[in-house]
Write a protein that binds this ligand. Structure first.
Ligand SMILES: [Zn+2]
Length: 331
C-alpha cells in the first residue's frame, strides 16, 4: 500500500508541473500583453494602469457569463464595443475598418496603432476607441469613479471596478491567484451540501450557501485574494463580511461572533487572512445571538452586469480543504 502511495505521489509530482507549465507560460504571455496595453492606456490618459486592468477584468467576467455578448475571437482585451456603435448604426458594413466611412456613418471606431485601419479586432484600436468614449474629469479616484458612472450607469459596477483596481494596485501585478478553506484546517468542523434547502426566517427563501459547523471563536479566514466590500450587521446574516475577488465572486461570511478588529471595509485581503470568528449571530436586531448552533454560513455570488445570483460553494470548499491539507502536510 505504501509503495502505491509513494508511486502515486511521484506521478503527481512529475506530471503536474509539465501540465501546469505550458498553461502558466501562456497565461504569463497573456498577462504581459495585457499589461502593456493597460500601460498604454495610462500613458494616454494619466489614469493609472490598474484601472484599465480593473475595467478589462470586469468586462471579461461579465462577458464570460452572458450569452448576449459574443466571445472575442482575436485579441487579449475583453472591453466590449457593439459592432454597430463601432461602424455607425446605418453603416452597411457591420465591422467596418475604413475610417472615412466609419466617420460618415457616425461610428466611434478609431485607429489606435496608426496602421491606416480602424479594426474592432485590433486591441490598440479597441482601447483607443474605448478611451475616446470616456468623459475625463481627472486622474483622482473620485473623478475616475465619476467617469465610470457616466460609462456604466450602475453603482455596483463602479464599486466592483474600483475594488478590482485596489487589488491590482496593492499587488502591482496581474497574476493574483490562490484560495484557502475558510476555517483553519486543524479546527474541528463539519459541513455537507445543503444548497437550496428551504429556510423560513425572513420570508420564504432557499439556503444560498454551505453551513460549516464549528466551535465558537474558531477563526474565519478569507478564501481568496480580494477586497472587503461589506462589514456589519444584517438581520438574517448577523455580523457578516463580504469579499469581492477578481474572478467575479462575492464571498459572503455570516453569523460571525465577532470581527478581526484590524479588518476594515475597502481593505485588500489574501487567502488565509483572518477576518472574524465563528458565532451564532443573526435572525434579529443587532446583537441577536444563540438562536441556532454556532456555524459559518458561507455563500458565493456572481454578477452579470445586471443582477447577482448564488451558486453552490460546496465543491469548491471540498477542493480548498483538500489543497490546504496537502499544503500543510508538505510544509
Ligand atoms: Zn447557512
Amino acid at each position: 500500500m505504501k509503495k502505491i502511495i509513494v508511486l502515486f505521489c511521484m506521478v503527481v509530482i512529475f506530471i503536474t508541473p509539465s501540465f501546469a507549465g505550458a498553461e502558466e507560460i501562456d497565461q504569463a504571455k497573456l498577462d504581459l500583453e495585457r499589461m502593456s496595453l493597460y500601460k498604454k492606456g495610462e500613458a494616454l490618459t494619466f489614469i493609472p494602469w490598474y484601472y484599465f486592468a480593473a475595467i478589462d477584468t470586469y468586462e471579461r467576467n461579465v462577458r464570460s457569463v452572458r450569452n448576449d455578448i459574443p466571445k472575442r475571437e482575436n485579441g487579449v482585451l475583453s472591453i466590449y464595443i457593439k459592432p454597430e456603435d463601432w461602424s455607425g448604426l446605418v453603416n452597411p458594413v457591420k465591422e467596418d475598418s475604413y475610417l472615412p466611412t466609419i466617420h460618415l456613418f457616425g461610428g466611434i471606431g478609431m485607429d489606435g496603432n496608426n496602421d491606416g485601419k480602424a479594426s474592432i479586432q485590433d486591441d490598440e484600436d479597441l482601447l483607443f476607441a474605448f478611451i475616446h468614449r470616456l468623459h475625463f474629469y481627472g486622474p483622482s479616484r473620485q473623478y475616475i469613479r465619476m467617469m465610470l458612472w457616466d460609462y456604466y450607469q450602475r453603482a455596483i459596477t463602479v464599486d466592483i471596478i474600483d475594488e478590482y483596481a485596489r487589488i491590482y494596485q496593492y499587488f502591482g501585478k496581474l497574476n493574483i491567484t490562490g484560495n484557502a478553506f475558510p476555517l483553519p484546517i486543524r479546527s474541528e468542523h463539519s459541513y455537507r451540501s445543503t444548497w437550496g434547502a428551504p429556510r423560513s426566517f425572513g420570508g420564504r427563501r432557499v439556503h444560498e450557501g454551505t453551513d460549516i459547523f464549528a466551535n465558537y471563536g474558531t477563526p474565519v479566514r478569507a478564501t481568496c485574494y480580494g477586497v472587503i466590500e461589506t462589514k456589519g450587521w444584517n438581520r438574517i446574516g448577523g455580523w457578516r463580511i463580504g469579499i469581492r475577488d477578481l474572478n467575479n465572486n462575492y464571498h459572503y461570511y455570516a453569523h460571525l461572533g465577532g470581527f478581526n478588529k484590524e479588518i476594515l471595509k475597502g481593505q485588500v485581503v489574501e487567502p488565509g487572512t483572518i477576518i472574524g470568528y465563528v458565532g451564532s449571530t443573526g435572525y434579529g436586531p443587532p446583537g441577536t445571538s444563540g438562536k441556532f448552533p454556532p456555524h459559518l454560513h458561507y455563500g458565493i455570488y456572481k454578477d452579470n452586469g445586471y443582477s447577482e445570483w448564488s451558486f453552490d460553494p460546496f465543491p469548491r470548499l471540498r477542493l480548498w480543504e483538500r489543497q490546504d491539507r496537502i499544503a500543510r502536510r508538505s510544509s
